[in-house]
Structures are given as C-alpha cells and as structure tokens.
Design a protein around this ligand. Structure first.
Ligand code: ZN
Length: 319
C-alpha cells in the first residue's frame, strides 16, 4: 500500500475531521512566506488515496489509487523532498491497483480529451480555514452533504468556499457569503464547466441537471451554474452518456432553461411545488432528498407539447 503519511514532516497534528496538519511546503513556491503554523492539511482515504489542501496559500492536489500521479501531486511530493525514484515507484504502485472503475475513468478521460473537455487545475483561495460553527449550521440547513470538502473564509466577508472539481481535481470554486449582502456569490469558473460530475455514481442511468450549486449538492445532480446551458456544457453533459432530466428553477429565468432543454431534446421536470418552493434545494429542505428525487422523476416529461403546457401554467403563476 502507498503510505504518503510517512513522507510528511515529523511535526504533525491530527484533527477531529480527519485532516493531518503539517507545516506546508507549498507556500514558498507560491510566493508566500514559509508556513510555520501547520496550515497544510492532508486528508488520507482508507485505500491510500489522499487529498491535500493548504489553508495558507490555497494550493490543492489529490491522488487516487489506481490513477497516475497528477502534475500537482508530483510537485507536492517533490516539495516534501520525496526522491524522484520514490515518486515513480508510487506512480507504478498506483497503476498496479487499477480496477474496473479506474479503467472506465481512463476511457472517459480519453474521450474527454478527444472532445477537448478539459479544465486546468486551479488553486483555492488563500487564507481559508475549516468550517466555523455558523458555516456548518448554514450548510446543514441547506441540506448540503456533510462529506463534501467545504472550506471557510472570513475575508472580505465570511463565506463558505465550495471547491469545483472535475475528475476529482480542483478546477475552480465558488464562495457563498453568509451575510445577506450582494453579491451573494463570487466564482472562479472555467468556460464549459458543469458542477457535479464527480457526484455521479457509475451505476446511475439518469443525471438531473439543475441551475445552482446547492441544488446539485442536495440531490447529487449536475449544475450548469446559471439559467443557460452553453454548447461546451452540452458536450460535457452528453459525454456522460446518461438520460438527462432538466429541472429549472420555478422563476422567469428558469423558463429560458426549459426552452433550451426542449431545443436539445432533453427531458424536463417541473414538479407541482407550492409557490414558495422555487428550486430543488428548497424542495429538499422541505421534503428531504429521496422524496424530492422521486417527485422530479415522476414529473419528468419528454413530450414537447406537454412541456410547453406545463411551462404555460407556471408562467401564469409567476405573473
Ligand atoms: Zn501553501
């Protein structure tokens, strides 16, 4: 088994949430002063996989057993003074653990490269920290999954940082500020990005497409992150090979999403929710995840005429 812990600096601290904190070796390479407050965190998984996040400079890297070492994971190991031949050994050892899921994800990656669905690795903002009690309560109230790697920051305003991942690598993020001032979100998003591909399970046949990041988080759906679906996003969603159901927000902007879904030939679901339930996240908060998903699948429509009729009903109510 690949044991990355043995390469960590001897001075380390284990936190209740599973992070091991050490002085981060990344910061000096990112133009920051050397970390002396143990702000580098590594979260080991049961099988030898791990993810790294630096709470000081924002550098992220992750490693999945069965996959090749990524560029950023290699750099991190180098910065930890792991010898080059040892890094190669880790890489080979990892590939020996390649399983069916790894092979499938490789095939997906090749397909993605052919269709140029690729995103560059991004760091998260500097100066983040583990979730405060208030941030944790906020996420719980919005029914966000407890095991998603949320972070917290206080500058310029207190907010929850939601990493955007693709293929388990960090490729951007959004921050949801916790005060009610606008803007409520700021995003680092790459063109064509769709949130939630890493939330999809290999056995699922249907993918539910929603607008917002919290809608996606609360039902493991895909979020297009605005009320439109651009062509690059369409390519990415199609590449997943699932049946698609689009669930628009029940507001004016959401109705534009319906038109786009019809144009693409995708199914649409507009469940009969009361007027104060505007989106999937509202529904999950009220009825829970399972009940919401069932309602969505029951209200799924593929007939263009039926979709138009349902849309008319909703538009009437929105006036
Ligand atoms: Zn760092």
């Amino acid at each position: 088994m690949i044991d990355v812990i043995s390469y960590l600096p001897a001075k380390r601290k284990q936190t209740a949430s599973g992070w091991i904190s050490v002085n981060a070796p990344c910061c000096v390479h990112k133009g920051e002063t050397a970390d002396r407050r143990q702000r580098g965190g590594i979260k080991p998984g049961a099988d030898g996989s791990w993810s790294w996040h630096c709470f000081n400079c924002g550098f992220t890297a992750s490693f999945v057993v069965g996959r090749t070492l990524t560029f950023k994971a290699r750099r991190l190991l180098e910065w930890m003074n792991v010898p080059a031949e040892e890094i190669e050994r880790i890489n080979l050892e990892s590939l020996r653990h390649r399983n069916m899921e790894g092979l499938l994800s490789d095939r997906q990656q090749v397909a993605n490269q052919l269709q140029s669905i690729e995103f560059e690795d991004r760091d998260l903002p500097a100066d983040t920290m583990p979730l405060s009690a208030a941030a944790q309560a906020y996420l719980q109230a919005r029914m966000a999954p407890a095991d998603y790697p949320f972070l917290y920051k206080t500058m310029p305003r207190p907010g929850v940082v939601i990493p955007f991942t693709h293929d388990n690598q960090v490729v951007g993020h959004t921050t949801r500020f916790l005060d009610d001032r606008t803007p409520r979100y700021i995003q680092d998003i790459q063109p064509g990005y769709v949130f939630g591909t890493d939330l999809q399970k290999a056995t699922w046949q249907t993918a539910i497409v929603v607008e917002g990041v919290f809608d996606a988080l609360s039902i493991s759906g895909l979020a297009v992150l605005h009320a439109e679906i651009n062509d690059a996003q369409v390519r990415l969603i199609r590449s997943l090979g699932r049946d698609i159901v689009v669930v628009p927000d029940q507001d004016k902007a959401g109705m534009r999403l319906v038109d786009r879904a019809v144009e693409l030939g995708w199914a649409v679901s507009m469940p009969d929710w009361p007027a104060d339930v505007k989106d999937v996240n509202d529904a999950v908060i009220r009825w829970g995840r399972l009940a919401t998903v069932i309602t969505i699948l029951q209200a799924k429509e593929t007939s263009k005429i039926k979709i138009e009729l349902r849309k008319k009903q909703l538009v009437k109510r929105l006036r």
